[in-house]
Design a protein around this ligand. Structure first.
Ligand SMILES: NC(=O)c1ccc[n+]([C@@H]2O[C@H](COP(=O)([O-])OP(=O)(O)OC[C@H]3O[C@@H](n4cnc5c(N)ncnc54)[C@H](O)[C@@H]3O)[C@@H](O)[C@H]2O)c1
Length: 543
């Protein structure tokens, strides 16, 4: 069981992108594929406006000057420390889903073919969750420096998602993709069948909505598989406790586990972290993170259309529903929260926050039914009383800022210049990021500018060299700190790290037994609306 005393950890892992426009665009293209067609415009326009500029021409990150006078809050000692860190078409009908799923699964049930050659160095990969990031992660896996690596099995809930990723990967990687129909699996138990195709020591990728992470991880550990799992890892307290325990079990079995917080593998951020930890900005007294742009991903959802169950609708549009993903807060904001915790070398102990729903009616006058606030403004407090202010907003027509930075007693640093971990990172004397104050700017080897690729090279190196590698603990902690900020906004109450960890609201009970006929964790009212956060009114849980 995880306790507060485990929380303060040397966050020594990982490091980022000095990538120029091409890399930035590539990332955005992969990510864009996960979006509903109507929502792609936002991201693609970002790709054009940010990605097409060379990094040095992108807007200077620091534009919102939070006053240093705001930083000195109450010192509290909520946490004592010390514990080393081990370091759609949306219209797909249910009938179609069941029919196709049954056909493929029935074939698969006949026999699960052995796909590995005993004694070979080949690392086999299975992909669970064949969406935008799943396809991207599989492409990264198939592009590692060490290997050989082959994709041999895939699992999803929807046939068109699986087919989409498979076709793209086959075109790009040809003989490295060997996923015949009898190793393509659909349904809520597809993850097991895909993992059954692997041998111990192979790697399974989890890129479904986060709610399924602990279920799938449990089976991977049983099967002795190494894992790459996408962020966030959890959205609530009970699953966080479960994931901490599973992370320890994985280490006990010497399994290697990568978590998709790719900032930690940005070489620019790694060097910045070293410099910050060596005192180059002095004591950190303020951090700021901003992710503010128009509505993206599945941030907004209209009432469920006919022809799809509530459960499948909520899973498909997982950014809209807190149980499935932690909402836009966890899904969109975790990277900046994670990298600033890393720079500080500890996690905030509490949060208080504001937020609200302002534009929740479509241009046709239909009320959106997602659970997200349009904006979030969080004041995180560290154990030493220093502050981390985070602003998140999904609104069109407003100032767009997407960056992270930190201020210390000797100077300041830009962590992500633009985007989740966009290089260059930089250090300045004084508190203003201008050319005259510049002390250091990151420079990264051309073959290490993509943190998504670096995280896979690092994982496969650890597997090949049998080095300890387990990013679960810090992945759960970053998820918990995200949830803490979200819950503070949703309840209107101060939430501590420990309250979040021990909050008993299990948002998706019974998820390990879900079938296509299971009721959804959220039930709609007669107008198709789901329960919403009501700050100050619903305070013991979020909705
Ligand atoms: N690290 C990053 O920068 C980054 C970028 C994008 C997404 N992500 C993460 O990757 C995950 C997936 O996001 P996405 O954008 O690819 O979403 P997506 O909707 O494109 O893909 C998710 C896929 O999982 C499938 N799925 C859902 N439940 C499943 C289940 N129980 N079993 C099997 N398949 C299931 C869906 O049908 C879909 O194909 C999320 O956790 C997200 O936060 C990370």
């Amino acid at each position: 069981m995880y306790s507060a005393s485990d929380k303060k950890t040397p966050l020594q892992y990982g490091s980022a992108v000095s990538g120029g426009p091409a890399i930035f665009k590539e990332i955005l293209v992969v990510y864009t594929e996960t979006f509903a067609p109507a929502q792609r415009g936002f991201i693609l326009s970002n790709a054009t406006s940010i990605g097409s500029q060379p990094p040095e021409a992108r807007p200077v990150a620091v534009r919102h000057g939070a006053s240093l006078a705001r930083i000195l809050g109450n010192y509290d000692t909520l946490v004592s420390t010390e514990a080393p860190m081990n370091s759609s078409p949306d219209s797909t009908s249910r009938r179609e889903f069941i029919k196709t799923g049954a056909a493929i699964s029935a074939l698969a049930n006949v026999a699960i073919p052995a796909v590995h050659a005993a004694g070979s160095d080949l690392i086999q990969i299975a992909l669970v969750g064949c969406g935008g990031r799943g396809g991207g992660a599989a492409a990264n896996a198939l592009s590692v420096k060490r290997g050989p690596v082959k994709l041999v099995a895939m699992a999803d809930l929807f046939p068109e998602r699986l087919a989409g990723d498979l076709n793209k990967l086959q075109r790009q990687f040809q003989s490295q993709v060997d996923v015949p129909p009898d190793r393509q699996f659909l349904g809520f138990d597809a993850y097991k069948k895909a993992m059954d195709c692997l041998k111990p020591g192979d790697v399974v990728i989890f890129a479904t909505p986060p709610a399924f992470r602990w279920v799938h991880f449990t089976y991977a550990i049983q099967k002795g598989l190494n894992v790459f799992m996408e962020k966030p890892l959890t959205a609530d307290g009970p699953t966080s406790q479960r994931m901490f325990a599973l992370g320890q079990q994985a280490s006990a079995k010497n399994l290697k586990v990568g978590v998709g917080l790719m900032s930690r593998h940005s070489r620019a951020l790694q060097e910045l972290a070293d410099r910050v930890h060596n005192g180059e900005v002095g004591e950190i007294i303020l951090q700021r993170g901003y992710r503010m742009h128009g509505p993206g991903g599945y941030f907004l959802s209209l009432p469920k259309p006919a022809g799809i169950s509530d459960l499948l609708y909520q899973i498909k549009r997982f950014h809209s529903f807190v149980w499935a993903s932690g909402g836009c807060f966890n899904d969109f904001y975790i990277h900046l929260i994670d990298q600033l915790g890393w720079m500080k070398n500890e996690w905030p102990v509490k949060a208080q926050a504001l937020g609200g729903r302002h534009y929740k009616v479509s241009s046709e006058g239909i009320a959106y039914v997602d659970q997200n606030f349009d904006n979030y403004s969080v004041e995180y407090t560290y154990a030493d009383g220093s502050k981390f202010f985070f602003d998140g907003r999904c609104m069109n027509g407003c100032e767009e800022i997407y960056t992270s930075c930190l201020h210390g007693t000797k100077g300041m640093a830009i962590a992500s210049k633009s985007g989740d971990c966009g290089a260059p990172s930089s250090l300045y004397k004084g508190q203003t990021a201008n050319a005259g104050n510049l002390l250091w700017e990151s420079k990264v080897n051309p073959d290490e500018t993509d943190p998504y690729q670096n995280e896979w090279n690092d994982l496969i190196d650890a597997i090949s060299d049998d080095k300890p590698y387990n990013e679960v603990k810090r992945g759960v902690e970053a998820s918990l700190v995200s949830s803490m900020g979200r819950m503070a906004a949703h309840t209107g109450r101060e939430i501590t790290f420990n309250q979040m960890l021990n909050c008993e609201h299990d948002m998706a009970p019974g998820i390990e037994k879900f079938t296509v006929d299971s009721p959804a964790p959220l039930l709609a009212d007669a107008n198709g609306r789901y329960p919403l956060p009501q700050p100050g009114i619903i305070t013991a849980r979020e909705y």
